[in-house]
Design a protein around this ligand. Structure first.
Ligand code: FAD
Ligand code: SF4
Length: 341
């Protein structure tokens, strides 16, 4: 029987594993952390309809018990020998694993907000990232560093995306809608809080995203300011002062806020770049793995039998990740049956 190795146990790796096992292929799933689920394990509710992330992850709870699945947690692949077939993968703890096909589902990492020093992340306690905000929403406990419920919160869009200074000129696609999701969840938990979103322009690409944006204004009274943040400073009582320019009316503005939430962009993982370099795989101009083409081979690499799934090729929502993983599973099955190369 043909053997498949999947690297990365986030939603993409789990969906590919599920489908391949369903079709009777034995799978080795390699995950570098001690648990499956990837980034959404840490998120609370998912746009577009506020489904709890656990609901999505529930679809995969029976996978670890599948007799055809070899699950290797706390394991990383360092090198692949492509010189003979089947390929051989070498892990960090010295295990050699053979594979007729390999699917790379190693996901994304978030932009390091400390690189935007002017926003004050890592300097002022009241400045947090959107990932940290997810955690607070998940725990139903949004508090300022001085232990009080915040009365005013500002969400800052495009942190580490669309920004040539930090080397990321692309749009991360999901952070506008994530800001709206988090602003609504915050308002549900803290109805008295004033909430502001500072955006460059709003990218509501999904079918129901525009409605969510309108609803955020009408039902939850969330204020949207078209403006770029230029500076953050802290008062003696730890509240923050932010300076921005309101680009709609062309005037600078200053505001006091209890918390600043930075909508950090999605980046290619460090693993992608190193792994690609050592194994002769191509990387696209923004550092994500480069598929064979952007139309009908978005899950295929340039190397025979090597595929990609999910955000290892660029920012995607959970629904898009699952769809991409399904398409990759289909290509892999066709390849293993000798119908596709
Ligand atoms: C703040 C924020 C909020 C979001 N909210 C939503 C939302 O509400 N709705 C929505 O649709 N989408 C949301 N997203 C997007 C969502 O997180 C992604 O669509 C999803 O996580 C992609 O899954 P993935 O499997 O491709 O990657 P990941 O979730 O990144 O999983 C990759 C897995 O691979 C593992 N891995 C990495 N490198 C290696 C290696 N070398 N060896 C072995 N394993 C490795 C990682 O440990 C991880 O488990 C949000 C994103 C952010 C940043
Ligand atoms: S989705 Fe919105 S916040 Fe994210 S990079 Fe694009 S424009 Fe900026």
């Amino acid at each position: 029987m043909k053997k498949i190795v999947i690297i990365g146990g986030g939603i993409a790796g789990l969906e590919v594993s599920r489908l391949l096992l369903q079709e009777g292929f034995p799978v080795t799933l390699i995950e570098k952390s001690s648990h499956l689920g990837g980034n959404i394990r840490n998120y609370a509710y998912l746009f577009p309809d506020f489904t709890p992330s656990e609901e999505i992850l529930k679809n995969y709870t029976s996978l670890p018990g599948n007799a055809d699945l070899q699950l290797l947690l706390n394991t990383e692949i360092e090198k692949i020998d492509f010189s003979s077939r089947p390929y051989t993968l070498f892990s960090n703890d010295g295990i050699a694993i053979s594979a007729d096909s390999i699917i790379i589902a190693t996901g994304y990492q978030i932009f390091d907000a400390r690189l935007k020093e002017e926003f004050g992340y890592g300097i002022y306690d009241g400045v947090i990232t959107s990932v940290e905000m997810e955690k607070m929403i998940r725990e139903q406990h949004i508090v300022t560093p001085y232990g009080k419920a915040p009365r005013r919160i500002a969400f800052i869009h495009c942190v580490g995306s669309r920004d040539a200074k930090v080397g990321n000129t692309y749009c991360s696609r999901l952070c506008c809608i994530t800001a709206i999701k988090q602003a609504i969840e915050t308002k549900k938990l803290l109805p008295q809080a004033e909430i502001f979103c500072f955006y460059i322009d709003l990218r509501m690409y999904g079918l129901t995203f525009e409605e969510l944006y309108l609803n955020a204004q009408k039902e939850y009274n969330i204020q949207f300011v078209r403006g770029r943040l230029s500076e953050t400073s802290e008062m003696i009582d730890k509240r923050l002062i932010i300076k921005a320019e309101d680009t709609l009316i062309g005037r600078p503005l200053k505001m006091m806020t209890d918390m600043l939430v930075l909508m950090v962009g999605m980046e290619a993982s460090n693993f992608s770049k190193q792994f690609a370099y050592h194994n002769g795989l191509e990387i696209g101009e923004h550092g994500f793995f480069k598929p064979l083409n952007q139309f009908n081979a978005r899950g295929k690499s340039q190397k025979e039998g090597i595929y990609f799934a999910g955000t290892s090729i660029g920012p995607m929502s959970v629904a898009e990740t699952i769809e991409h993983a399904q398409a990759t599973a289909l290509s892999t099955i066709s390849y293993l049956k000798g119908k596709e190369n």
